[in-house]
Structure formats: C-alpha cells, structure tokens
Design a protein around this ligand. Structure first.
Ligand code: NAD
Ligand code: MG
Length: 385
C-alpha cells in the first residue's frame, strides 16, 4: 500500500487526485487531507477514503470539521501550523495542490517529511525555486511535476544525458482570448476569464491561463525543474492541448507526450511512478481530432509572457515579486475590483517599483512576497479609485 497525503484536497487538482485514489482503494492508504475551509467537501472525502487526519487552514472552521467527522475515526486539526504538521507526516507520496504562495511552507514541510512530493502548486516553485530544490536535495525527497507541461517534459527528458537536450517546447492552449483584440479584452468579465476552452481548473489558474501568465509561471517552473537555461525554453500556442510539451535533442529529434486534456493523466503518472496505472479517460482518437495547429504567442496582446521571461532572466527576487503581484491582481479581478488588462499592468508596476536583494531562505522569500503584495494592493486601490 502506498501511503499518501493531499494538500489542497478539495480543489480541482485535489479532486482529480482523489478520483484516482478512490478507484484503487487496495493500492492507496490516505494519511492526511487538507483544505482551506471547505468543510463539507473535506469531511466527505475523509469519510470516503478513511483518512487518518483532516486539516483546515482556517482555524475558525475547525469546530465545524470536528462535528462533521465526530465518530468517524478521522482526527482533525486547524490552522496554518497544523497544515504544515500534517504535510510533514512521513508518507510515500504527497500531492502539493494548495493554490498560490500559501502553499510554500506546507510544500517545504512535505519535502522535509520525505518520500515523493508531487508539485501541482507552481507558485512556490516560481517564488522560492532555489530554496525548494535545495531542501529536496538535502532531504533526499523526489519532486515530480504534476503540471501537464512539466510532466510531459519529465516523461521525455533524458535525465542521464541532459547535454543532449537542445530545447524544451512548452505548449500553451492560448486561453479563451487567443483570438481577441486588446480592446475586446478590456471588457472581459470574471465569467469569461474562468471559462477555459480545454481544461476545468480552479479560478486563479483559469485567469492565469487567460492572461498567459500561467505560461509565464510555467516557463520559470520549467527552468527550476530541468537542467536547461531560460533561453532554451520556447513557448508555442497549440490550441487543441493534446501535445502537452516537447523535448528537442541536438540531433533534431523531438519527443512529445500526448494525451487527453484531463489532469488525471499526469497525476496518475506521478501516483504510480515509476510504474503505470489505468485512468478512466477514453483513448485519443487521432482521426476524430484530424489536425494539430500551432502559432506563436502574441507578446503585445499578452504582456505577461515577457514580464515572466525577464523575471526569470534577472533571477533573484524578481520571480517572487512577479508571482505575488499577480496573485493580488488576479484576486482583485476575481473580486470584480479591476479590469482584465489591469492584471498585467499591476504586475509590471510592482516589478518596476521594487527591487530588493535576492532572498536566500523561506523567511526572506516571504518578506519579499509580503512587500510585493503590499505594493500591488496599493496599485489595485489606485485602479479602483
Ligand atoms: P483550487 O482553487 O481548485 O484548489 C485550491 C486548494 O487549496 C483547495 O483545496 C483550497 O481549499 C486550498 N487552499 C486555498 N487557500 C489555502 C490556504 N491559504 N491554505 C491552505 N489551503 C488553501 O486550485 P487548483 O486549480 O486545484 O490549483 C491548485 C494548484 O495547482 C495551483 O497552484 C495551480 O496553479 C496548480 N495547477 C492546477 C491545475 C488544474 O488543472 N487545476 C493544473 C496545473 C497546475
Ligand atoms: Mg500547466
């Protein structure tokens, strides 16, 4: 039996992970499930999977969770520290699927706990990549990527001979506004932005996919996870989202991973790794698909890409500032306080007005993160005023 925990068990990735785990109860033992405060979904999942522990980050929700799980044999806890304590419990496999930099300390705790830690939660890797990788190396913890692009690259990348790799090609769907003019994007609503053409995901990553900031974050994520330089990573728009990414070798060979646009495919890869497990998706029907399209991303309509690339090139605190400002701006857009085009503008303004030295540990990353959030929050208020 593989002992597993899921951080962010009630979200889109958490739900997909639970779906796979519950299909093979004889193969997986659920140790801990965590959520922010969605008690009903967390308690239901804990009961179905006979989880040992259920934890809410928002301590105010603990009494409700305790009542929901009374007499079930699942222990309960609440608060940010309790999430980290749950993450640190020794398991064979932990899914890191909290959204945003709120997942940084829980991810670090999971890494300290050892085993395999699967990274869906990309924001901490963007903000604190060097710190996370050093912690994983020190603890002997294996990091596996769940993000579909990075999982595709992981499956194609020859880790024994990285010098043979010429280029990584990250594919992007282009999001719901791929063909929209900047003028048309000015009036985009929350509903339009979260309705992704190919994937069903949480609200924050859906907005990131619409601005293409998601691809910018993934560019930085790829540079953290694989031994290549930023300039070796290209981004190409592939609207069908069937080729999840590619690795090009110096001899001109290109290896790609293809599959249905369902996160259960990459999650299953990490869950069974290095073996394989079945998923319920229908096999790809190439004849029905008939064609694959490709186009270059438009840097003018989607300025987030260039912001992310320059943050990666400059390194230091820049990726953490980019991410923190984006989290604030996306939250303000989701709260209908700012317009769609203001998201990238606020990120650019925050980067332009704050340039601290490179953080060297988690505490220093969190200081940069907090100050970038403060600056971006002030920009949001300027937009609203
Ligand atoms: P989601 O919003 O659907 O779920 C987020 C989860 O985190 C929920 O369980 C929520 O309760 C929990 N959470 C939120 N705030 C928290 C806090 N402060 N402390 C503790 N827990 C908290 O998000 P999602 O779409 O599942 O995405 C999760 C992560 O995975 C993100 O970093 C995202 O970029 C990444 N990711 C998602 C997808 C996808 O298809 N959804 C694909 C690739 C990568
Ligand atoms: Mg992705």
């Amino acid at each position: 039996m593989k002992r597993i925990s899921i951080l962010g068990a009630t979200g889109s990735i958490g739900t997909s992970t639970l779906d796979l785990v519950e299909r093979e109860p004889e193969r997986f033992e659920v140790v801990a499930l965590t959520a922010n405060c969605d008690v009903d979904r967390l308690a239901a999942a804990a009961i179905r999977t006979h989880a040992k522990l259920a934890v809410v980050a928002d301590a105010a929700c603990l009494p409700e969770l305790r009542a929901a799980l009374a007499g079930t044999g699942t222990a309960v806890a609440g608060g940010a520290q309790a999430i980290c304590d749950a993450a640190r419990v020794d398991t064979d496999w932990t899914m890191s699927a909290i959204v945003g930099c709120a997942g940084l300390e829980p991810t670090m705790a999971a890494i300290e706990g050892g085993g395999v830690v699967v990274i869906a939660n990309k924001e901490p890797l963007v903000s604190a990549g060097e710190v996370i990788l050093a912690a994983a190396a020190a603890a002997g913890t294996t990091l596996l990527p769940a993000d579909s692009e990075h999982n595709a690259i992981f499956q194609c990348f020859d880790r024994d001979r990285p010098e043979g790799v010429r280029r990584l090609i990250l594919t992007a769907s282009g999001g719901p506004f791929r063909e929209w003019s900047t003028e048309a994007m000015r009036g985009v609503t929350r509903e339009q932005a979260v309705a992704h053409p190919n994937w069903t995901m949480g609200a924050k990553i859906s907005v990131d996919s619409a601005t293409l900031m998601n691809k910018g974050l993934e560019l930085i994520e790829a540079a953290r996870l694989f031994p290549v330089r930023g300039e070796q990573i290209d981004i190409i728009v592939h609207p069908q989202s069937v080729i999840h990414s590619m690795v090009e070798y110096v001899d001109g060979s290109i290896l790609a991973q293809l599959g249905p646009s369902d996160m259960r495919v990459p999650i299953a890869h990490t869950l069974a790794w290095p073996a394989r497990m079945a998923t319920p998706m229908a096999p790809l029907d190439f004849v029905a698909m008939a064609r694959f399209d490709f186009e270059a991303p438009d840097p003018v309509r989607f300025p987030a890409l260039a912001l992310a690339r320059s943050a990666l090139e400059a390194g230091g605190a820049r990726p953490a500032i980019l991410n923190a400002a984006n989290e604030i701006a996306v939250a303000a857009f989701l709260a209908r306080r700012i317009g769609f085009l203001e998201i990238a503008a606020i990120v650019a303004d925050t980067l332009a007005s704050y340039d601290p030295p490179a953080p060297g540990n988690v505490e220093e990353v969190l200081v940069v993160d907090a100050e970038a959030r403060r600056i971006a929050g002030a920009r949001v208020r300027d937009c609203v005023a």
